[in-house]
Write a protein that binds this ligand. Structure first.
Ligand SMILES: CCCCCCCC/C=C\CCCCCCCC(=O)SCCNC(=O)CCNC(=O)[C@H](O)C(C)(C)COP(=O)(O)OP(=O)(O)OC[C@H]1O[C@@H](n2cnc3c(N)ncnc32)[C@H](O)[C@@H]1OP(=O)(O)O
Length: 233
């Protein structure tokens, strides 16, 4: 199986289709976790999903580096903005692991508005802590776009001040704090919009790397294993 580039960015129909499917997969996860279903409905769901998965596994592998390449040249405008990295977990509009963020740039800070839902529940009635950590990690990534530094997360510390509510709009606001050599320190907080309550604070150390490293890592990366015969084995 060979690795193929994404269809050209002009393939808006493919992109829109992927975004729609990503949203549908995310909504499915919330419907599946959050609603009762009969065995007949669940079995029908399994059959449809297994059939589509069996169609996809034999296709060529996709490369996602094009999106990163486009993304690093973009200057996020003030106010609400979107980005091109559709497959990125957390903020990717086509990612099954997306959180349906609404992104805003406010000065040099990034604010992501998000409403966590059924599939994000960890302890009863509140979000899984790892979902909150992933939210911060990904939203910090946009600050790297603001300061134009390629970097990896080195350390991420979350302080959970209060239960993270589900079905209530939250604001995750993050910013650059300071830099020491290659170490970039970022900070942020998560609040509930309706009450203004502080839910969590986060501190991260990102380690700056040469942007060419991403190209190198992509070139060196082995293709994913051929799972076409048995996706769940
Ligand atoms: C041109 C513009 C570009 C803009 C682009 C932005 C667009 C955004 C688009 C897309 C973003 C995608 C989404 C982002 C959000 C998610 C981010 C992630 O999930 S990242 C994956 C998880 N993290 C890893 O996989 C790292 C794994 N670790 C490593 O690869 C290495 O350890 C690495 C590269 C971090 C450091 O290795 P070394 O060999 O290069 O560096 P050494 O020489 O060991 O250390 C340099 C300095 O950094 C400190 N350091 C090293 N590792 C550290 C760590 N883990 N924590 C804290 N400090 C660390 C050291 O103590 C040293 O400090 P002293 O100079 O001595 O003061």
């Amino acid at each position: 199986m060979t690795e193929t580039a994404d269809p050209p960015p002009s393939s808006d129909d493919v992109r829109e289709s992927r975004q729609r499917a990503g949203r549908a997969i995310r909504d499915l996860s919330h419907a599946f976790i959050g609603r009762h279903a009969s065995v007949e409905q669940i079995d029908r769901l399994s059959e449809v999903l297994e059939g589509i998965t069996a169609e996809l596994w034999p296709q060529d592998h996709r490369s996602r580096f094009d999106a990163f390449d486009r993304e690093r040249d973009i200057d996020y405008p003030q106010g609400r903005f979107t980005h091109d990295f559709d497959d990125r977990p957390v903020s990717g509009t086509a990612s099954p692991y997306g959180l349906d963020l609404e992104l805003h740039r406010v000065g040099d800070e990034i604010e992501a508005l998000v409403t966590l839902r059924s599939a994000h529940e960890g302890a009863p009635g509140r979000s899984h802590g790892g979902v909150v950590a992933a939210l911060f990690d990904d939203v910090f990534g946009f600050v790297l776009g603001v300061i134009k530094q390629s970097a990896f997360t080195g350390e991420l510390t979350i302080r959970y001040h209060a239960a993270t509510p589900l079905f209530s709009e939250l604001a995750c606001r993050v910013r650059f704090d300071h830099q020491d050599g290659r170490k970039i320190y970022l900070v942020g907080e998560l609040t509930e919009r309706s009450s203004g309550n502080l839910i969590a604070t986060a501190k991260a150390t990102f380690i700056a790397v040469d942007p060419e490293m991403f190209a190198r890592l992509t070139a060196e990366r082995p293709p994913p294993p051929d799972e076409s015969s048995s996706p769940t084995a």
